[in-house]
Ligand binder design. Structure first.
Ligand SMILES: NC(=O)N[C@@H](CC(=O)O)C(=O)O
Ligand SMILES: [Zn+2]
Ligand SMILES: [Zn+2]
Length: 342
């Protein structure tokens, strides 16, 4: 098969950043994605409906195509109130709230320090039917970075799912077999997003033959058995797994540094990268469910009506791309991608 058409896909987890960089990210992500769930980890973070509305306006000021719709997210802190949730729900632009354990990832220092601190907020979210999006890693100093997702699932997520049975939860950018198994065996209120880079790469790609900082993201790439479990989940047709790129640009100098930032940029070629994975698995017939159907179904939003077409025709990715006044090194820089959107 050399050409496929699928319902217009949505991206359920993306970082668009702010300011000058928005021109690049909005342009890239709106090329064919319909809805995109916009992460709130700006500096300072998007913690309430008013800030989300203003951020929404700054995104839309870049005049994206009519098929594009940003779904805003508020960032939970220890001081988020029930009223913040109610206002967010009423705003019409906020579709979810995000739990960053404090210190877990890029710009998470204002995150939640103890899950109990937001119990009333989680109660309110269940009541207004607002999904909780989770960066699922513990921040305990003693816990090895490769184990942080698994330990989060065991110590924080499992009890949370037990306690809040009516709360919709998305475990974001899963990276382990344990996460796949947990989501599979949980109720219908628990789902997960999977990135293209965690499907395409494992920690060898990042570390063998030299350290490649552009593959460094959080949760960190794991060993290949985990990559295999993710590929199996994404291509299985199971409606609990859907597309979330976690495209997370950082300026080239901030990645290629003695202390480089976490995050990989895939917005320039996201669906094409996913198509490579599904093609390799001989599972292109499952791409539409993963990219265009399972996400809106979980969020209880309509499935897009129009379609996009992908062709198997290789194209070169540049070494760098403009990112505001800086440059970003995209995934596959200086290499080719096998699929392209017509
Ligand atoms: N994934 C990453 O490595 N980085 C993201 C934050 C996140 O999604 O955890 C970022 O904002 O740079
Ligand atoms: Zn994250
Ligand atoms: Zn992210």
């Amino acid at each position: 098969m050399t050409t496929i058409s699928i319902i217009r896909p949505d991206d359920w987890h993306v970082h668009l950043r702010d300011g000058e960089g928005l021109t690049t990210t909005v342009n890239d992500i709106s090329r064919y994605f319909g809805r995109v769930v916009v992460m709130p980890n700006l500096v300072p973070p998007v913690t309430n409906a008013e800030l989300a509305q203003q951020y929404h306006q700054r995104i839309m000021a870049n005049s994206p195509p009519a098929h594009f719709k940003p779904l805003m997210v508020i960032y939970l802190t220890d001081s988020t109130t029930v009223e913040d949730i109610e206002n967010a729900k009423a705003s019409g632009v906020v579709y979810a709230a995000k739990l960053y354990p404090a210190g877990a990832t890029t710009n998470s220092s204002s995150g939640v320090t103890k899950i109990e601190n937001i119990y009333p907020v989680l109660e309110a979210m269940a009541k207004v039917e607002m999904p909780l999006l989770i960066h699922g890693e513990v921040t305990t100093k003693e816990i090895d970075i490769f184990d942080r997702e698994q330990v989060f699932i065991e110590t924080i997520l499992a009890p949370l799912v037990e306690k809040f049975t009516n709360l919709k939860i998305v475990l974001e950018h899963i990276t382990t077999k344990q996460a796949v198994d947990f989501v599979r065996s949980a109720g219908d209120n628990v789902a997960a997003t999977i990135t293209a880079h965690h499907l395409l790469y494992n920690r060898n790609d990042m570390l063998v033959g030299g350290i490649r900082p552009h593959y460094f993201c959080l949760p960190i790439l794991k060993r290949n058995i985990h990559q295999q479990a993710l590929i199996e989940a994404a291509t299985s047709g199971n409606s609990k797994f859907f597309l979330g790129t976690d495209s997370a640009p950082h300026p080239q100098h901030a990645k290629e540094s003695a202390c480089g930032c976490a995050g990989s940029y895939t917005a320039h070629a996201a669906i094409e990268l996913y198509a490579e994975v599904f093609d390799k698995e001989d599972a292109l017939d499952q791409l539409e469910a993963f990219a265009s159907i399972n996400g809106p179904t979980f969020y209880q939003l309509p499935i897009n009506v129009d379609k996009i077409t992908l062709t198997k025709k290789s194209w070169p990715v540049p070494a760098t791309m403009a990112f505001g006044n800086d440059k970003v090194v995209p995934v596959r820089a200086n290499e080719t991608i096998a699929w392209q959107v017509v």
